[in-house]
Design a protein around this ligand. Structure first.
Ligand SMILES: [Ca+2]
Ligand SMILES: [Ca+2]
Ligand SMILES: [Ca+2]
Ligand SMILES: [Ca+2]
Length: 472
């Protein structure tokens, strides 16, 4: 059992040989089967367009607030020309525009006016301020704030896990600070996150563009890239032994969506790392269960891919089951050596992992990050496992909207839903710094949580993970 498999020499025959030895445990996804809302039909409207570029000052536009001195000065000028009649705020603003050689584009209110003109520039802004003509003159910025995405559920405010301004679903800032992080990076399109799960419904319009495609495999019935798998274009199905890791459940597609759903396409949701690629490795079947043998092989598949030059940076394992197993521990250790972060769900028994360990989350390895689930109000979810020593961080995991089969979306709850947030953050970190070691990624994520006092004593870093703080 403790014997290492050698990925480079592995063949299917050898898998079958080891299979009975490894199949010691049944894996189950850590997802709560709670009451769920109705399926949202496809074809819902696109969200409103919001300018993406928060830093762009609109050319030729100036937002001006009049000083009281200017007001009285301009009022006097107006009165002289108009038989002592007092000007309206708009007439004052027009007069000001004339003085500046600009025209009124919009009267915002009595104090503030939007002026337009080809000659508006920053020098002009400064001059108008310094000569006291106006109290405040600023460029008119495209409004963006942190509402940086038009993904429909985001615009509805349902994706509190990404950004929460507070309300019924969630408290303010109980989120992973995704829009702030996206100012820094949305992830590298060459970076791959392996999702060991029920597979992936890769036709989903919020997923399709971020499906990993094997560049070294052709549809010819041959193993072109020599990894032991024939025609593995998009990953592998370790349950049915074929090259179609399709999701015949919902779980894997939901997890993948939280990691890397396409952002700003007007549809559905956005992943935490919406520009990285998903590699589906199916280890759980349609009943949502699988075995550790398949999981070991899937991890080895990802490691081999990494060694062959594909940038597999993270493995997300929203599953668990069975006892400590040398073969699995060694596979995850090989992933660490290959520079791959291994994110695992802490489990949904509401129990203490320190006393009743859960695997693979429980392997005490440098690259393993064990993730607990939080409610929208920053409490540990009642189902979530914890562990002062063996659980590392917490992430949103209660009522998380993400993609499922077809083009549908559903809110799921579970540590399965929490882990992919951390996988996404790890992917963003590795996008920015490809050589960052898994242990550094782990400590960056742990050291940058937003503290939550209710989590004290429940995990190593008692707080909610923040993509932005980790990147900063
Ligand atoms: Ca926030
Ligand atoms: Ca192959
Ligand atoms: Ca082939
Ligand atoms: Ca989307």
């Amino acid at each position: 059992m403790g014997r290492d498999l050698v990925p480079a020499k592995r063949t299917k025959a050898s898998f079958r040989f080891y299979l009975p030895l490894l199949a010691a445990a049944v894996l189950i996804p850590f997802e709560q089967s709670r009451a769920q809302s109705t399926i949202v039909p496809p074809g819902f409207p696109k969200g409103p367009f919001i300018d993406q570029n928060m830093r762009s000052a609109k050319k030729g536009e100036l937002l001006v607030t009049l000083s009281s001195r200017t007001k009285s000065k301009l009022t006097n000028i107006f009165k002289k020309k108009n038989k002592g009649r007092s000007p309206s705020p708009y007439q004052l603003q027009s007069l000001l525009a004339k003085q500046l050689g600009l025209r009124v584009s919009d009267s915002i209110n009595a104090e503030t006016v939007l002026l337009k003109g080809k000659r508006v520039n920053s020098a002009k802004v400064k001059r108008a301020e310094s000569n006291g003509l106006v109290r405040r003159a600023q460029s008119n910025y495209s409004v963006f704030a942190f509402d940086s995405t038009n993904d429909f559920f985001y615009t509805l405010g349902l994706l509190w896990n990404l950004h929460s301004s507070g309300g019924f679903l969630s408290s303010e800032d109980i989120d992973v600070d995704a829009p702030e992080a996206w100012q820094i990076t949305t992830g590298s399109s060459s970076l791959v996150v392996a999702v060991v799960d029920t597979g992936l419904f890769y036709g989903h319009r919020d997923i399709a563009d971020n499906l990993w495609i094997n560049p070294r495999e052709e549809a010819n019935g041959l193993d072109d890239d020599g990894n032991g798998y024939i025609d593995d274009f998009n990953g592998w199905d370790f349950v049915n032994e074929d090259n179609d890791p399709d999701d015949d459940q919902f779980h894997g597609t939901h997890v993948a969506g939280t990691i890397a759903a396409v952002r700003n396409n007007g549809y559905g949701i956005a992943g935490v790392a919406p520009n990285v690629k998903i590699l589906p490795l199916k280890v759980l079947g349609s009943d949502g269960s699988g075995d550790t043998a398949g999981l070991v092989r899937a991890i080895d598949y990802a490691v081999l891919l990494k060694q062959s030059g594909v940038n597999v940076a993270v493995i997300n394992a929203s599953l668990g089951g069975g006892d400590r197993l040398d073969a699995l521990e060694n596979a995850i250790r090989r992933a660490d050596k290959a520079g791959i972060v291994f994110v695992a769900a802490a489990g949904n028994d509401g129990s203490d992992n320190d006393t009743s360990p859960v695997y693979p989350a429980g392997y005490d390895l440098a690259n393993v990050i064990s993730v607990a689930a939080l409610t929208g109000h920053g409490a540990l979810a009642d189902f979530s496992n914890y562990g002062a020593r063996s659980v590392h961080v917490a992430a949103p995991g209660d009522g998380i909207w993400s993609s499922i089969i077809l083009n549908f979306y559903l809110p799921f709850s579970g540590t399965s839903m929490a882990a992919p947030h951390v996988a996404g953050i790890a992917a963003l970190l590795k996008s920015r710094n490809p050589s960052m070691s898994p242990s550094t990624v782990k400590s960056r994520i742990m050291n940058s949580v937003k503290p939550l006092s209710g989590l004290e004593g429940k995990m190593r870093a008692p707080g909610i993970v923040s993509a932005y703080r980790a990147l900063r």
